[in-house]
Design a protein around this ligand. Structure first.
Ligand code: GTP
Ligand code: MG
Length: 213
Protein backbone atom coordinates (compact mmCIF):
# COMPACT_ATOMS: atom_id res chain seq x y z
CA UNK A 1 0.00 0.00 0.00
CA UNK A 2 1.64 3.29 -1.06
CA UNK A 3 2.11 5.80 1.73
CA UNK A 4 -0.15 8.85 1.87
CA UNK A 5 1.35 11.87 0.10
CA UNK A 6 2.86 14.13 2.77
CA UNK A 7 1.31 17.47 1.83
CA UNK A 8 0.92 20.72 3.71
CA UNK A 9 -1.11 23.82 2.86
CA UNK A 10 1.22 26.41 1.34
CA UNK A 11 -0.98 29.34 0.33
CA UNK A 12 -4.10 30.54 -1.48
CA UNK A 13 -4.31 32.95 -4.38
CA UNK A 14 -7.15 34.72 -6.17
CA UNK A 15 -5.15 34.78 -9.38
CA UNK A 16 -2.39 32.65 -10.89
CA UNK A 17 -0.20 35.74 -11.26
CA UNK A 18 0.12 35.93 -7.46
CA UNK A 19 1.79 32.52 -7.29
CA UNK A 20 5.57 32.18 -7.32
CA UNK A 21 7.30 29.82 -9.74
CA UNK A 22 7.04 26.15 -8.90
CA UNK A 23 8.99 23.11 -9.99
CA UNK A 24 6.01 20.92 -10.83
CA UNK A 25 2.25 21.21 -10.37
CA UNK A 26 -0.74 18.90 -10.67
CA UNK A 27 -4.17 20.56 -10.57
CA UNK A 28 -7.56 19.19 -9.53
CA UNK A 29 -10.29 20.30 -11.94
CA UNK A 30 -13.98 19.45 -12.06
CA UNK A 31 -17.56 20.44 -11.29
CA UNK A 32 -18.29 22.05 -8.00
CA UNK A 33 -19.09 19.29 -5.50
CA UNK A 34 -17.50 16.52 -7.61
CA UNK A 35 -15.10 15.76 -4.74
CA UNK A 36 -11.80 17.51 -5.60
CA UNK A 37 -10.96 18.59 -2.06
CA UNK A 38 -12.11 15.24 -0.63
CA UNK A 39 -9.83 13.39 -3.06
CA UNK A 40 -6.89 15.56 -2.03
CA UNK A 41 -7.59 14.75 1.62
CA UNK A 42 -7.80 11.03 0.81
CA UNK A 43 -4.50 11.08 -1.05
CA UNK A 44 -2.86 12.83 1.92
CA UNK A 45 -4.87 10.81 4.46
CA UNK A 46 -5.72 14.04 6.28
CA UNK A 47 -9.41 14.81 6.58
CA UNK A 48 -9.11 18.49 7.41
CA UNK A 49 -6.33 19.44 4.99
CA UNK A 50 -8.62 20.92 2.32
CA UNK A 51 -12.04 22.30 3.20
CA UNK A 52 -14.91 20.16 1.90
CA UNK A 53 -18.65 20.72 2.04
CA UNK A 54 -22.00 19.24 1.05
CA UNK A 55 -22.86 22.63 -0.46
CA UNK A 56 -21.12 23.40 -3.76
CA UNK A 57 -18.67 26.29 -3.76
CA UNK A 58 -16.54 25.21 -0.80
CA UNK A 59 -13.29 26.10 -2.58
CA UNK A 60 -13.19 29.68 -3.83
CA UNK A 61 -9.50 30.32 -4.44
CA UNK A 62 -6.52 28.53 -5.94
CA UNK A 63 -5.27 26.53 -2.95
CA UNK A 64 -1.72 25.25 -3.10
CA UNK A 65 -0.54 22.15 -1.21
CA UNK A 66 3.16 21.33 -1.25
CA UNK A 67 5.02 18.07 -0.70
CA UNK A 68 6.75 18.19 2.69
CA UNK A 69 10.47 18.82 2.30
CA UNK A 70 10.18 19.21 -1.49
CA UNK A 71 9.68 22.91 -2.19
CA UNK A 72 7.86 23.78 -5.40
CA UNK A 73 6.19 20.39 -5.88
CA UNK A 74 2.50 21.20 -5.66
CA UNK A 75 -1.01 19.85 -5.86
CA UNK A 76 -3.37 22.75 -6.62
CA UNK A 77 -7.02 22.48 -5.59
CA UNK A 78 -9.19 24.70 -7.78
CA UNK A 79 -12.72 26.02 -7.29
CA UNK A 80 -15.29 23.95 -9.19
CA UNK A 81 -17.21 25.02 -12.27
CA UNK A 82 -20.95 24.85 -12.86
CA UNK A 83 -21.97 26.23 -9.48
CA UNK A 84 -25.42 27.40 -10.57
CA UNK A 85 -26.40 29.32 -7.46
CA UNK A 86 -23.46 31.71 -7.50
CA UNK A 87 -24.12 35.15 -8.99
CA UNK A 88 -23.21 35.35 -12.68
CA UNK A 89 -20.43 37.88 -12.17
CA UNK A 90 -18.84 35.69 -9.52
CA UNK A 91 -19.04 32.62 -11.75
CA UNK A 92 -17.35 34.54 -14.57
CA UNK A 93 -14.64 35.62 -12.13
CA UNK A 94 -13.97 32.03 -11.04
CA UNK A 95 -13.89 30.86 -14.64
CA UNK A 96 -11.33 33.53 -15.44
CA UNK A 97 -9.26 32.56 -12.41
CA UNK A 98 -9.24 28.89 -13.49
CA UNK A 99 -8.59 29.54 -17.19
CA UNK A 100 -5.85 31.98 -16.25
CA UNK A 101 -4.26 29.45 -13.93
CA UNK A 102 -4.46 26.58 -16.44
CA UNK A 103 -2.88 28.62 -19.23
CA UNK A 104 -0.29 30.51 -17.22
CA UNK A 105 1.69 27.83 -15.42
CA UNK A 106 4.61 26.50 -17.45
CA UNK A 107 5.28 23.89 -14.75
CA UNK A 108 1.76 22.43 -14.86
CA UNK A 109 2.52 18.75 -15.49
CA UNK A 110 -1.00 17.35 -15.39
CA UNK A 111 -4.63 18.10 -14.69
CA UNK A 112 -6.71 15.52 -12.89
CA UNK A 113 -10.13 15.96 -14.49
CA UNK A 114 -12.66 14.72 -11.96
CA UNK A 115 -16.03 13.46 -13.17
CA UNK A 116 -18.82 12.38 -10.83
CA UNK A 117 -19.03 8.59 -11.08
CA UNK A 118 -22.79 8.58 -10.55
CA UNK A 119 -23.88 11.44 -12.82
CA UNK A 120 -21.05 12.41 -15.16
CA UNK A 121 -19.79 13.38 -17.58
CA UNK A 122 -21.95 16.49 -17.85
CA UNK A 123 -21.87 18.69 -20.99
CA UNK A 124 -19.65 21.10 -19.03
CA UNK A 125 -17.23 18.26 -18.17
CA UNK A 126 -17.00 17.39 -21.86
CA UNK A 127 -16.42 21.04 -22.80
CA UNK A 128 -13.72 21.31 -20.15
CA UNK A 129 -11.99 18.16 -21.43
CA UNK A 130 -12.08 19.55 -24.98
CA UNK A 131 -10.76 22.92 -23.84
CA UNK A 132 -7.86 21.29 -21.96
CA UNK A 133 -7.04 19.11 -24.95
CA UNK A 134 -7.17 22.12 -27.26
CA UNK A 135 -4.63 23.88 -25.04
CA UNK A 136 -2.43 20.77 -24.85
CA UNK A 137 -2.80 20.34 -21.11
CA UNK A 138 -2.07 16.73 -20.09
CA UNK A 139 -5.30 15.24 -18.77
CA UNK A 140 -5.83 12.39 -16.33
CA UNK A 141 -9.53 11.40 -16.18
CA UNK A 142 -10.68 10.36 -12.72
CA UNK A 143 -14.18 9.24 -11.72
CA UNK A 144 -15.19 10.11 -8.15
CA UNK A 145 -17.72 8.73 -5.63
CA UNK A 146 -17.45 5.16 -6.95
CA UNK A 147 -19.10 4.00 -3.70
CA UNK A 148 -22.34 5.71 -4.77
CA UNK A 149 -22.76 3.49 -7.84
CA UNK A 150 -24.74 0.32 -7.12
CA UNK A 151 -22.61 -2.78 -7.62
CA UNK A 152 -25.06 -4.06 -10.25
CA UNK A 153 -24.59 -0.84 -12.30
CA UNK A 154 -20.80 -0.55 -12.02
CA UNK A 155 -19.85 -2.27 -15.28
CA UNK A 156 -22.36 -0.26 -17.31
CA UNK A 157 -21.40 3.02 -15.59
CA UNK A 158 -17.71 2.47 -16.33
CA UNK A 159 -18.48 2.12 -20.02
CA UNK A 160 -21.00 5.00 -20.17
CA UNK A 161 -18.74 7.45 -18.36
CA UNK A 162 -15.66 6.62 -20.44
CA UNK A 163 -17.57 6.72 -23.73
CA UNK A 164 -19.07 10.06 -22.73
CA UNK A 165 -15.51 11.41 -22.64
CA UNK A 166 -14.55 9.64 -25.87
CA UNK A 167 -12.34 7.20 -23.96
CA UNK A 168 -12.09 3.48 -23.23
CA UNK A 169 -13.15 2.27 -19.75
CA UNK A 170 -9.53 1.40 -18.85
CA UNK A 171 -8.50 5.05 -19.40
CA UNK A 172 -10.49 6.28 -16.38
CA UNK A 173 -9.30 5.81 -12.81
CA UNK A 174 -12.27 5.09 -10.54
CA UNK A 175 -11.94 6.42 -7.01
CA UNK A 176 -13.83 6.76 -3.77
CA UNK A 177 -12.50 9.28 -1.26
CA UNK A 178 -14.76 7.80 1.42
CA UNK A 179 -14.07 4.09 0.81
CA UNK A 180 -10.52 4.30 -0.50
CA UNK A 181 -11.02 2.73 -3.92
CA UNK A 182 -8.36 3.90 -6.39
CA UNK A 183 -6.51 5.96 -3.78
CA UNK A 184 -3.36 3.75 -3.72
CA UNK A 185 -3.09 3.98 -7.52
CA UNK A 186 -3.57 7.75 -7.42
CA UNK A 187 -0.91 8.15 -4.71
CA UNK A 188 1.55 6.15 -6.79
CA UNK A 189 0.82 8.15 -9.96
CA UNK A 190 1.00 11.51 -8.19
CA UNK A 191 4.25 10.65 -6.42
CA UNK A 192 5.84 10.04 -9.83
CA UNK A 193 4.26 12.99 -11.66
CA UNK A 194 5.04 15.51 -8.92
CA UNK A 195 8.71 14.55 -9.02
CA UNK A 196 8.98 15.01 -12.77
CA UNK A 197 10.47 18.14 -14.29
CA UNK A 198 7.91 19.65 -16.68
CA UNK A 199 9.76 22.96 -16.96
CA UNK A 200 12.82 21.30 -18.51
CA UNK A 201 10.51 19.31 -20.77
CA UNK A 202 8.54 22.31 -22.02
CA UNK A 203 11.69 24.34 -22.61
CA UNK A 204 13.02 21.61 -24.87
CA UNK A 205 9.74 20.91 -26.62
CA UNK A 206 6.89 22.83 -28.13
CA UNK A 207 4.22 22.35 -25.51
CA UNK A 208 5.03 25.48 -23.53
CA UNK A 209 4.49 27.61 -26.62
CA UNK A 210 1.20 25.87 -27.30
CA UNK A 211 0.09 26.35 -23.70
CA UNK A 212 0.52 30.08 -24.06
CA UNK A 213 -1.27 30.45 -27.43
N1 GTP B 1 -20.10 9.14 -1.05
C1 GTP B 1 -19.06 9.92 -1.34
N2 GTP B 1 -19.13 11.25 -1.14
C2 GTP B 1 -18.07 12.00 -1.48
C3 GTP B 1 -16.88 11.44 -2.01
N3 GTP B 1 -16.02 12.45 -2.25
C4 GTP B 1 -16.63 13.59 -1.87
N4 GTP B 1 -17.86 13.34 -1.40
C5 GTP B 1 -18.81 14.32 -0.85
O1 GTP B 1 -19.12 15.27 -1.86
C6 GTP B 1 -19.30 16.58 -1.32
C7 GTP B 1 -18.38 17.58 -2.03
O2 GTP B 1 -17.04 17.26 -1.80
P1 GTP B 1 -15.87 18.33 -1.97
O3 GTP B 1 -14.61 17.56 -1.85
O4 GTP B 1 -16.05 19.50 -1.09
O5 GTP B 1 -16.08 18.78 -3.50
P2 GTP B 1 -15.28 19.85 -4.37
O6 GTP B 1 -15.18 19.29 -5.74
O7 GTP B 1 -14.01 20.21 -3.70
O8 GTP B 1 -16.29 21.08 -4.39
P3 GTP B 1 -15.99 22.67 -4.62
O9 GTP B 1 -14.92 23.05 -3.67
O10 GTP B 1 -17.30 23.30 -4.36
O11 GTP B 1 -15.58 22.82 -6.05
C8 GTP B 1 -18.99 16.44 0.18
O12 GTP B 1 -20.21 16.32 0.87
C9 GTP B 1 -18.18 15.16 0.25
O13 GTP B 1 -18.29 14.50 1.50
C10 GTP B 1 -16.84 10.02 -2.19
O14 GTP B 1 -15.87 9.41 -2.67
N5 GTP B 1 -17.95 9.31 -1.85
MG1 MG C 1 -13.25 21.99 -3.08
Amino acid sequence: MPKPLALHFLRSAGDAGQLPESRCEVALVGRSNVGKSSLLNAVANRKGLARTSKAPGATRLLNVYELDGEPGRWVVDLPGYGFARAPKAQRAGWQQMMDGYLLDRPTLAQVLLLVDGLIGPTPLDIRTAEWLEHHDVALRPVATKADKVKPSRRGARRTELAHGLGLAPADVLWTSASKGQGIPELRTELAVTLRSDPYARTRRGESNKKLKS
